[in-house]
Design a protein around this ligand. Structure first.
Ligand code: PAF
Length: 297
Protein backbone atom coordinates (compact mmCIF):
# COMPACT_ATOMS: atom_id res chain seq x y z
CA UNK A 1 0.00 0.00 0.00
CA UNK A 2 1.04 3.61 -0.52
CA UNK A 3 1.09 5.20 2.91
CA UNK A 4 1.88 8.75 3.93
CA UNK A 5 2.45 9.41 7.61
CA UNK A 6 2.01 13.00 8.73
CA UNK A 7 4.00 13.89 11.84
CA UNK A 8 7.43 12.89 13.09
CA UNK A 9 6.43 12.56 16.76
CA UNK A 10 6.61 9.42 18.87
CA UNK A 11 3.53 7.75 17.35
CA UNK A 12 4.24 8.90 13.77
CA UNK A 13 7.75 7.40 13.87
CA UNK A 14 6.46 4.22 15.51
CA UNK A 15 4.09 3.66 12.57
CA UNK A 16 6.71 4.75 10.01
CA UNK A 17 9.23 2.17 11.19
CA UNK A 18 6.73 -0.63 11.64
CA UNK A 19 5.08 -0.06 8.24
CA UNK A 20 8.30 0.44 6.29
CA UNK A 21 9.58 -2.98 7.47
CA UNK A 22 7.08 -4.59 5.13
CA UNK A 23 8.57 -4.29 1.64
CA UNK A 24 5.15 -4.38 0.00
CA UNK A 25 4.34 -0.99 1.56
CA UNK A 26 5.52 2.27 0.03
CA UNK A 27 5.83 4.56 3.06
CA UNK A 28 6.80 8.21 3.27
CA UNK A 29 6.81 10.74 6.07
CA UNK A 30 5.57 14.32 6.00
CA UNK A 31 7.49 16.22 8.66
CA UNK A 32 6.16 19.44 10.08
CA UNK A 33 7.18 22.74 8.54
CA UNK A 34 8.89 23.51 11.87
CA UNK A 35 11.74 21.13 10.90
CA UNK A 36 14.09 23.54 9.19
CA UNK A 37 16.94 21.33 7.98
CA UNK A 38 15.56 18.12 6.55
CA UNK A 39 17.35 15.12 8.15
CA UNK A 40 18.11 12.11 5.97
CA UNK A 41 17.64 9.33 8.52
CA UNK A 42 15.24 8.28 11.24
CA UNK A 43 15.93 5.91 14.15
CA UNK A 44 13.77 3.47 16.05
CA UNK A 45 14.42 1.52 19.24
CA UNK A 46 12.19 -1.52 19.49
CA UNK A 47 10.60 -2.94 22.61
CA UNK A 48 13.51 -5.45 22.65
CA UNK A 49 15.88 -2.48 22.77
CA UNK A 50 17.23 -2.97 19.22
CA UNK A 51 17.99 0.30 17.44
CA UNK A 52 17.60 0.43 13.67
CA UNK A 53 17.83 3.26 11.18
CA UNK A 54 15.75 3.96 8.12
CA UNK A 55 16.26 6.62 5.45
CA UNK A 56 13.80 9.45 5.82
CA UNK A 57 11.61 9.18 2.73
CA UNK A 58 9.87 12.53 2.58
CA UNK A 59 6.32 12.61 1.32
CA UNK A 60 6.03 14.77 -1.80
CA UNK A 61 3.00 15.81 -3.85
CA UNK A 62 3.19 12.60 -5.91
CA UNK A 63 3.04 10.49 -2.73
CA UNK A 64 0.00 12.45 -1.52
CA UNK A 65 -1.70 12.12 -4.90
CA UNK A 66 -1.26 8.33 -5.00
CA UNK A 67 -1.68 7.53 -1.30
CA UNK A 68 -4.03 4.75 -0.21
CA UNK A 69 -3.73 5.81 3.43
CA UNK A 70 -2.80 9.16 4.96
CA UNK A 71 -2.15 8.64 8.62
CA UNK A 72 -2.16 11.84 10.71
CA UNK A 73 -0.18 11.32 13.93
CA UNK A 74 -0.21 14.85 15.26
CA UNK A 75 -1.09 16.81 18.34
CA UNK A 76 -4.78 17.80 18.15
CA UNK A 77 -3.92 21.49 17.79
CA UNK A 78 -1.72 20.85 14.71
CA UNK A 79 -4.24 18.88 12.66
CA UNK A 80 -6.06 21.70 10.91
CA UNK A 81 -2.88 23.63 10.05
CA UNK A 82 -1.21 20.43 8.76
CA UNK A 83 -4.19 19.52 6.61
CA UNK A 84 -4.79 22.95 5.04
CA UNK A 85 -1.67 23.11 2.80
CA UNK A 86 -2.02 19.51 1.54
CA UNK A 87 -5.82 19.41 1.28
CA UNK A 88 -5.80 19.89 -2.53
CA UNK A 89 -2.98 17.40 -3.19
CA UNK A 90 -4.54 14.49 -1.32
CA UNK A 91 -5.87 11.78 -3.62
CA UNK A 92 -9.66 11.49 -3.71
CA UNK A 93 -9.28 7.73 -3.25
CA UNK A 94 -7.09 8.04 -0.15
CA UNK A 95 -8.39 6.95 3.21
CA UNK A 96 -7.65 9.41 6.02
CA UNK A 97 -6.75 8.07 9.45
CA UNK A 98 -6.45 10.33 12.51
CA UNK A 99 -4.45 9.10 15.48
CA UNK A 100 -4.38 11.62 18.32
CA UNK A 101 -5.42 12.33 21.90
CA UNK A 102 -8.51 14.32 22.73
CA UNK A 103 -11.67 15.15 20.82
CA UNK A 104 -12.99 18.10 18.86
CA UNK A 105 -9.96 18.65 16.62
CA UNK A 106 -11.48 17.32 13.43
CA UNK A 107 -15.09 18.31 13.89
CA UNK A 108 -14.48 21.80 12.54
CA UNK A 109 -12.30 20.84 9.61
CA UNK A 110 -13.43 21.51 6.05
CA UNK A 111 -15.52 18.50 5.05
CA UNK A 112 -13.28 15.79 3.65
CA UNK A 113 -14.76 13.77 0.80
CA UNK A 114 -12.50 10.81 1.64
CA UNK A 115 -13.52 8.19 4.24
CA UNK A 116 -12.05 9.15 7.63
CA UNK A 117 -11.13 6.81 10.45
CA UNK A 118 -10.07 7.36 14.05
CA UNK A 119 -7.22 5.19 15.24
CA UNK A 120 -6.84 4.86 19.00
CA UNK A 121 -3.64 3.30 20.22
CA UNK A 122 -2.48 2.21 23.64
CA UNK A 123 1.05 1.44 22.39
CA UNK A 124 3.61 3.49 24.25
CA UNK A 125 6.25 5.41 22.32
CA UNK A 126 8.56 8.26 23.18
CA UNK A 127 11.00 10.53 21.40
CA UNK A 128 14.56 10.04 22.61
CA UNK A 129 16.03 12.67 20.30
CA UNK A 130 14.70 14.36 17.14
CA UNK A 131 13.68 11.68 14.61
CA UNK A 132 14.43 8.87 17.07
CA UNK A 133 11.48 7.10 18.70
CA UNK A 134 11.47 4.30 21.24
CA UNK A 135 8.63 1.79 21.50
CA UNK A 136 8.06 1.72 25.26
CA UNK A 137 4.96 -0.44 25.69
CA UNK A 138 2.95 -2.95 23.72
CA UNK A 139 -0.70 -2.07 23.35
CA UNK A 140 -3.75 -2.39 21.18
CA UNK A 141 -5.21 -0.37 18.31
CA UNK A 142 -8.87 0.37 17.69
CA UNK A 143 -9.84 1.63 14.25
CA UNK A 144 -13.28 2.99 13.45
CA UNK A 145 -14.95 4.92 10.66
CA UNK A 146 -15.86 8.47 11.70
CA UNK A 147 -17.09 9.85 8.37
CA UNK A 148 -17.83 8.65 4.86
CA UNK A 149 -18.54 5.13 3.65
CA UNK A 150 -16.25 2.12 4.26
CA UNK A 151 -13.89 1.97 1.26
CA UNK A 152 -13.43 -1.18 -0.84
CA UNK A 153 -9.88 -1.44 0.50
CA UNK A 154 -11.00 -1.47 4.16
CA UNK A 155 -9.92 -5.12 4.67
CA UNK A 156 -6.52 -4.39 3.12
CA UNK A 157 -6.07 -1.35 5.36
CA UNK A 158 -6.88 -3.36 8.47
CA UNK A 159 -4.48 -6.13 7.43
CA UNK A 160 -1.68 -3.66 6.65
CA UNK A 161 -2.00 -1.78 9.95
CA UNK A 162 -2.59 -4.92 12.04
CA UNK A 163 0.45 -6.68 10.54
CA UNK A 164 2.68 -3.68 11.12
CA UNK A 165 1.66 -3.05 14.73
CA UNK A 166 -0.55 -5.74 16.28
CA UNK A 167 -3.08 -6.01 17.64
CA UNK A 168 -5.88 -4.09 15.88
CA UNK A 169 -9.66 -4.31 15.98
CA UNK A 170 -12.15 -2.68 13.65
CA UNK A 171 -14.72 -1.09 15.92
CA UNK A 172 -18.27 -0.32 14.89
CA UNK A 173 -18.68 1.92 17.92
CA UNK A 174 -15.52 4.00 17.86
CA UNK A 175 -17.31 6.97 19.47
CA UNK A 176 -17.69 5.04 22.74
CA UNK A 177 -13.99 4.10 22.62
CA UNK A 178 -13.00 7.71 21.90
CA UNK A 179 -15.01 8.79 24.96
CA UNK A 180 -13.36 6.18 27.15
CA UNK A 181 -9.93 7.37 26.02
CA UNK A 182 -11.04 10.96 26.59
CA UNK A 183 -12.10 10.14 30.17
CA UNK A 184 -8.74 8.43 30.81
CA UNK A 185 -6.86 11.43 29.41
CA UNK A 186 -9.05 13.91 31.37
CA UNK A 187 -7.91 12.29 34.61
CA UNK A 188 -4.32 11.22 33.97
CA UNK A 189 -3.00 14.03 31.78
CA UNK A 190 -3.76 17.25 33.69
CA UNK A 191 -3.17 15.81 37.17
CA UNK A 192 0.21 14.25 36.32
CA UNK A 193 1.17 17.43 34.46
CA UNK A 194 0.20 19.78 37.31
CA UNK A 195 1.80 17.68 40.05
CA UNK A 196 4.77 16.60 37.90
CA UNK A 197 4.30 12.92 38.75
CA UNK A 198 4.34 9.60 36.87
CA UNK A 199 0.96 8.06 35.97
CA UNK A 200 1.17 5.48 38.77
CA UNK A 201 1.01 8.20 41.46
CA UNK A 202 -2.67 8.61 40.67
CA UNK A 203 -3.33 5.31 42.46
CA UNK A 204 -2.48 7.10 45.70
CA UNK A 205 -5.52 7.80 47.90
CA UNK A 206 -4.73 11.55 47.89
CA UNK A 207 -6.14 11.73 44.39
CA UNK A 208 -9.35 9.76 45.00
CA UNK A 209 -11.63 12.77 45.58
CA UNK A 210 -10.31 14.73 42.62
CA UNK A 211 -10.62 11.72 40.28
CA UNK A 212 -14.12 11.12 41.55
CA UNK A 213 -15.19 14.71 40.76
CA UNK A 214 -13.57 14.72 37.30
CA UNK A 215 -15.27 11.45 36.37
CA UNK A 216 -18.72 12.39 37.68
CA UNK A 217 -18.68 15.56 35.56
CA UNK A 218 -17.56 13.60 32.48
CA UNK A 219 -20.31 11.02 32.99
CA UNK A 220 -22.96 13.78 33.06
CA UNK A 221 -21.62 15.45 29.90
CA UNK A 222 -21.18 12.11 28.08
CA UNK A 223 -24.82 11.23 28.81
CA UNK A 224 -25.92 14.38 26.93
CA UNK A 225 -23.92 13.09 23.93
CA UNK A 226 -25.53 9.65 24.05
CA UNK A 227 -22.62 7.92 25.79
CA UNK A 228 -23.48 5.96 28.96
CA UNK A 229 -20.72 5.30 31.51
CA UNK A 230 -21.15 3.50 34.81
CA UNK A 231 -19.13 5.27 37.51
CA UNK A 232 -17.50 2.17 39.08
CA UNK A 233 -16.60 0.60 35.75
CA UNK A 234 -15.16 3.87 34.39
CA UNK A 235 -13.09 4.48 37.50
CA UNK A 236 -11.71 0.92 37.32
CA UNK A 237 -10.71 1.44 33.68
CA UNK A 238 -9.00 4.77 34.39
CA UNK A 239 -7.07 3.33 37.34
CA UNK A 240 -6.15 0.23 35.31
CA UNK A 241 -4.46 2.48 32.73
CA UNK A 242 -2.68 4.42 35.51
CA UNK A 243 -1.45 1.05 36.87
CA UNK A 244 -0.41 -0.30 33.45
CA UNK A 245 1.47 2.92 32.62
CA UNK A 246 2.61 3.53 36.23
CA UNK A 247 6.19 4.45 35.31
CA UNK A 248 5.23 6.56 32.29
CA UNK A 249 5.30 10.30 31.94
CA UNK A 250 1.96 11.35 30.43
CA UNK A 251 1.99 13.23 27.15
CA UNK A 252 0.70 16.42 28.81
CA UNK A 253 3.37 16.30 31.49
CA UNK A 254 6.01 15.80 28.74
CA UNK A 255 4.57 18.74 26.82
CA UNK A 256 4.86 20.98 29.87
CA UNK A 257 8.35 19.76 30.77
CA UNK A 258 9.45 20.47 27.20
CA UNK A 259 7.64 23.81 27.09
CA UNK A 260 5.33 22.75 24.26
CA UNK A 261 1.65 23.69 24.03
CA UNK A 262 -0.65 21.12 25.65
CA UNK A 263 -3.78 19.40 24.32
CA UNK A 264 -5.85 20.61 27.30
CA UNK A 265 -8.42 22.35 25.03
CA UNK A 266 -9.15 18.99 23.36
CA UNK A 267 -9.21 16.99 26.61
CA UNK A 268 -10.77 18.64 29.70
CA UNK A 269 -11.46 21.74 27.55
CA UNK A 270 -13.65 19.59 25.29
CA UNK A 271 -15.69 18.54 28.34
CA UNK A 272 -16.01 22.18 29.42
CA UNK A 273 -17.26 23.30 26.01
CA UNK A 274 -19.77 20.44 25.71
CA UNK A 275 -20.97 21.14 29.25
CA UNK A 276 -21.62 24.76 28.27
CA UNK A 277 -23.52 23.64 25.16
CA UNK A 278 -25.69 21.35 27.30
CA UNK A 279 -26.21 23.79 30.19
CA UNK A 280 -24.17 21.78 32.69
CA UNK A 281 -21.58 22.92 35.25
CA UNK A 282 -18.22 21.14 35.33
CA UNK A 283 -16.19 23.19 37.86
CA UNK A 284 -13.51 20.53 38.47
CA UNK A 285 -12.70 20.07 34.79
CA UNK A 286 -12.84 23.85 34.25
CA UNK A 287 -10.38 24.37 37.12
CA UNK A 288 -7.98 21.80 35.68
CA UNK A 289 -8.09 23.58 32.31
CA UNK A 290 -7.36 26.91 33.98
CA UNK A 291 -4.52 25.55 36.11
CA UNK A 292 -2.84 23.88 33.12
CA UNK A 293 -3.20 27.10 31.13
CA UNK A 294 -1.73 29.11 34.01
CA UNK A 295 1.46 27.07 34.00
CA UNK A 296 1.83 27.08 30.24
CA UNK A 297 1.27 30.78 29.61
O1 PAF B 1 -1.54 10.89 26.78
C1 PAF B 1 -1.01 9.97 27.39
O2 PAF B 1 0.03 10.11 28.03
C2 PAF B 1 -1.64 8.58 27.27
O3 PAF B 1 -2.76 8.66 26.43
C3 PAF B 1 -2.00 7.92 28.60
C4 PAF B 1 -2.95 6.78 28.34
C5 PAF B 1 -2.63 8.89 29.57
C6 PAF B 1 -0.80 7.25 29.23
O4 PAF B 1 0.24 8.11 29.57
Amino acid sequence: MNIVIVGQGAIGLLWYHRLINNSSNRVSLLCSARIISQPTETFFTSIENQTTRQPLISANNAALATADIILFCLKSYHISSALAPIFKQVSAKAVIVFCHNGMGAIENLAKLSQPCYALLTTHGSKIISPLHAQHTGLGHNDLGLISGKPPLIQEQIIKTLATALPSLTLSNNIKAKQWLKLAINCVINPITALDDVNNGQLLNNNYAVLIDQVLKEIIAVAACEGIRFGYNELKLQVLAVARKTAKNCSSMRSDILQQRPTEIDYINGYIVSLAKKNGLCVPTNARLVQRVKNITL
